[in-house]
Design a protein. Structure first.
Lengths: 179, 230
């Protein structure tokens, strides 16, 4: 009987005070959870996506006849504009498709010589924009000496192009894009 | 070119909230001395903080009085129910003859209490929300205000793209991507950091030309007669 009254019909001020405190704690917990859900939604969605599919293109540019390789169609418009329009032909020498996992470096042995290392640092979306990738790229020369150390922010589908050994007659290009 | 620190809106917000250490605070203050836009932002953040705090305190005070009044009513009703139940029990026990009624009033009261306990969790939540709707709404308003604040203060999706790089005289191997002609573009490839060992680099941004085109950034690496990487 005593137990029944204490759980169903609290009649003492102490029990009511405990109930009030519990109720306030519940309201506070709900508010905090809602805020955490709202504010953490963006971070959670970006944290879930942990990989990027990237392509690394080795391109030989020259002033020989031949035009732009058909396999370079996504880049064709850019290759026809300055400063890249100073060469007449572009040939795809090699293409390396890599799935980059976050904070896991991937090495690529380059056909034109040397070695490239890529590291996906982070990726995320903002306000309906394309996915943005932050990638660190290092390039070592044929003798293994570090030539370039860089960190690039690139949107999905856009290109970053390194141009090496550039003369008025020829040049070696290394392009990469991620999706 | 001197290495001037830059602070984004999140850093300024942390500074305005007093959540940075002394060393960082000193650097932010130096930055604010030189940057009137950043000063205005910090001032705006502080004003918004004061406004939000005042609003929430007033809302909390208002809800406190309503909750107290509600609890007084509940307490009154509970006491009234308890008194009525005791009176009914007393009257029943007085009236009942020995052996006439096998099911006593306390037993029925216990059944009623058990029914209330097992009435269903959804109806219990519904009653709870109905009783504390004011608090829930206040909480929702606070969350909405916080979300608006975060959205308003986060960095703009439009970034400043630098055209043309210049060599860093202090470090011949590295390159600042600082620029002579800043151009606003929607998210072109951006060079955050570039180190060319024994050489220099020049950055060209090629913006998107139409919807079916892509943006590209070209880095011309000049190794200064050193053996090239490729």
């Amino acid at each position: 009987m005593t137990k029944q009254r204490s759980t169903v019909q609290p009649s003492t001020t102490r029990q009511l005070a405990i109930r009030r405190a519990c109720t306030r704690a519940r309201v506070l917990a709900i508010v905090i959870m809602a805020a955490a859900v709202l504010l953490g939604a963006g971070a959670t969605s970006s944290a879930l996506a942990q990989t990027a599919n990237c392509s690394f293109l080795e391109i030989e540019a020259s002033n020989k006849e031949g035009g732009i390789d058909g396999k370079l169609k996504p880049l064709a418009k850019k290759l026809k504009k300055p400063p890249l329009s100073s060469w007449k032909s572009y040939k795809l020498v090699a293409k390396h498709d890599k799935s980059l996992a976050r904070m896991k470096p991937e090495d690529i042995r380059l056909t034109l010589g040397g070695k490239l290392s890529a590291l996906l640092r982070r990726q995320g979306n903002s306000q309906g924009q394309k996915t943005r990738f932050e990638v660190s790229i290092t390039i070592d020369n044929k003798s293994g000496k570090r030539a370039v150390d860089s960190t690039i922010n690139v949107s999905s589908g856009d290109y970053l192009i390194f141009a090496f050994d550039v003369t008025s007659e020829r040049g070696n290009l290394l392009a990469f894009t991620c999706k | 070119m001197p290495d001037t620190p830059k602070f984004d809106d999140i850093d300024l917000m942390l500074y305005a909230d007093g959540e940075v250490d002394e060393a960082l605070a000193a650097r932010v203050e130096a930055y604010l001395d030189e940057n009137s836009d950043a000063r205005a932002k910090v001032e705006a953040i502080r004003q918004m903080d004061d406004t939000l705090r005042s609003y929430l305190e007033l809302a909390a005070d208002d809800q406190e009085s309503r909750l107290s009044a509600m609890w007084d009513t509940i307490e009154h009703n509970i006491r009234a129910d308890s008194t009525t139940a005791r009176q009914a029990l007393s009257a029943r026990e007085t009236e009942s003859a020995p052996g006439a009624e096998p099911r006593s009033e306390p037993g029925r009261l216990r059944d009623r209490a058990e029914r209330q306990d097992t009435d269903g969790i959804w109806s219990a939540i519904g009653r709870w929300l109905e009783g504390y709707r004011g608090h829930v709404l206040t909480g929702a308003a606070a969350v909405a205000a916080a979300a608006l604040l975060v959205i308003a203060l986060r960095p703009s999706p439009t970034v400043v793209v630098e055209r043309g790089g210049v060599a860093n005289p202090g470090n011949p191997g590295s390159m600042n991507v600082s620029s002579t002609a800043p151009v606003h573009e929607p998210n072109p490839p951006q060079v955050e950091h570039l180190d060319v060992t024994g050489g220099s680099g020049t950055v060209f941004v090629m913006p998107r030309d139409g919807k079916d085109d892509v943006s590209a950034t070209v880095i011309f690496v000049d190794m200064n007669d050193v053996e090239g990487p490729l």
